[in-house]
Write a new protein. Structure first.
Length: 458
């Protein structure tokens, strides 16, 4: 039986959860248009939809909330956050935003023009959508090992350097206003990127004069994976590794709702003075003044504390071990997943579990719905609902290579028994997988359709 070391904290406040009856779950999911995003949270037993903003804050963060300075401009809370950002990330300029997609929207508004291409290892949903909304084309150039769920490569989030160079040469650097990389690689299974790869990507971008931005939502987990897996880093602390990673880049955008362990907040930082002025103007128009960026002062203070807590080695060891524990339980059920397990989530291979359901009938959505019907568990489809899109030139539907369901584990929230229940639920579904059928859209918006789409069973 898999296990992991005891949690490096004790529980001080609890929130009741309730498993409603199977009949009520069937009614709830039907009323939600078979989209787990539109379920009422009170009808969820274990919520693994996302690890974004769903973590439990520490007593230090709650204390910081109480001491937050709510001044509109120049608040003490802003300067607390500024000190933490400069210490950890080392950039000349930064602005807070209300969350990561706001930072993505601002950088896209400032840098991306119609017809531009933005390469990355793999863009996640809101990054992809913000680029497309400006007429740009997001391009994914992750290594091929990322598309083999069973491949044990320790850094399956790495960019394919040869593909990146060929792409830049073919597209022309003048058509690439920025290059990106996502750490860890959320769309590809929460897989880390090596320091060697980050440096190689930075060198290549810079050789063509392309600014390099990191999507840094799970930077602390990525730093810890480097410590565990990359030669030469075993004796480095996560904060030392983080500083080295960001020293390679020209800027970063980040949802602080992940590795800063807050319920709301984001960051956008860079070194270029001219671009920063344009970003500040856009921020004031869309989010708020540069010293609060759409957040209350209390949120800035909690983020300043959480940035350091997310880098704590004891916490990171627990975080990765908890994910590995759930992965071990799922393996025992004979169910395929992205290996090795990432830091923030398990990615179940819905395509291999439901091979009789084609891309167009959304096998990941089928499994997500069944997880709720069987056990009251909410998860997230990472497949054709989220990422299939028409080719911008031909209109042909392009489907992702992997059909996944992400079990995102909120930080400091669930126990071993909760995770055991999740694995048992998956096992029950696997026993009747051949009988499951697909879904079709009854409504879907053009961008980010997984949030509000509605379905019906086929």
């Amino acid at each position: 039986m898999p296990t992991y070391d005891p949690e490096p904290f004790r529980i001080k406040v609890v929130e009741p959860i309730k498993l409603i009856s199977p009949d009520k779950r069937r009614t709830a999911i039907a009323n939600a248009g078979y989209n787990v995003f539109t379920l009422r949270a009170e009808d969820i037993f274990i919520d693994l939809l996302t690890d974004s903003g769903t973590g439990a804050m520490s007593h230090h963060q709650w204390a910081a909330l109480m001491e937050g300075d709510e001044s509109y401009a120049g608040a003490r809370s802003y300067f607390e956050l500024k000190k933490a950002v400069e210490d950890i990330f080392g950039f000349k300029h930064f602005v807070p935003t209300h969350q990561g997609r706001a930072a993505e929207n601002i950088i896209a508004a400032v840098l991306v023009k119609h017809g531009n291409h933005i390469p990355s290892n793999m863009h996640f949903d809101t990054t992809d959508a913000n680029i497309r909304a400006r007429g740009g084309r997001p391009v994914n150039l992750v290594i091929e090992e990322a598309f083999d769920p069973a491949n044990p490569h320790p850094f399956k989030g790495n960019m394919d350097i040869e593909k990146l160079q060929a792409f830049i040469e073919q597209t022309g650097p003048q058509n690439i206003p920025m290059g990106m990389i996502t750490i860890t690689n959320n769309a590809g299974g929460g897989q880390p990127v090596s320091m060697e790869n980050i440096k190689a990507v930075a060198t290549l971008y810079h050789s063509y004069g392309i600014p390099f931005f990191i999507d840094a939502a799970r930077y602390a987990e990525n730093a810890y994976f480097i410590k565990l897996r990359e030669p030469g880093y075993a004796n480095h602390t996560p904060i030392e590794i983080a500083r080295e990673m960001f020293s390679c880049a020209d800027g970063f955008c980040m949802s602080a709702k992940k590795d800063a362990i807050v319920n709301i907040g984001g960051l956008l930082a860079l070194n270029d003075d001219v671009t920063f002025q344009r970003i500040s103007n856009e921020l004031i128009l869309r989010e708020g003044f540069v010293s609060y960026g759409g957040l209350a002062g209390r949120d800035l203070s909690a983020m300043a504390v959480g940035l350091y807590e997310g880098l704590d080695e004891d916490y990171l060891a627990y975080r990765l071990n908890q994910t590995a524990y759930l992965a071990g339980l799922i393996r025992e059920q004979g169910i395929g997943l992205i290996e090795p397990p990432g830091g923030h989530a398990i990615y179940v291979d819905a395509g291999s579990l439901l091979p009789h359901i084609p891309h167009a009938e959304f096998p990941g959505q089928v499994l997500a719905v069944e997880m709720y019907l069987e056990g009251g568990i909410r998860t997230c489809e990472i497949g054709s609902v989220m990422f299939a899109h028409p080719h911008p030139d031909t209109g042909e539907i392009i489907y992702p290579k992997l059909e996944l369901v992400r079990l995102a584990i909120p930080r400091r929230v669930y126990t071993q028994s909760h995770l055991s229940y999740v694995a048992e639920t998956l096992g029950k579904i696997a026993q009747r997988a051949k009988k499951l059928k697909g879904y079709r859209f009854t409504y879907a918006p053009e961008l980010l359709r997984h949030f509000t789409a509605r379905f019906e069973p086929i």
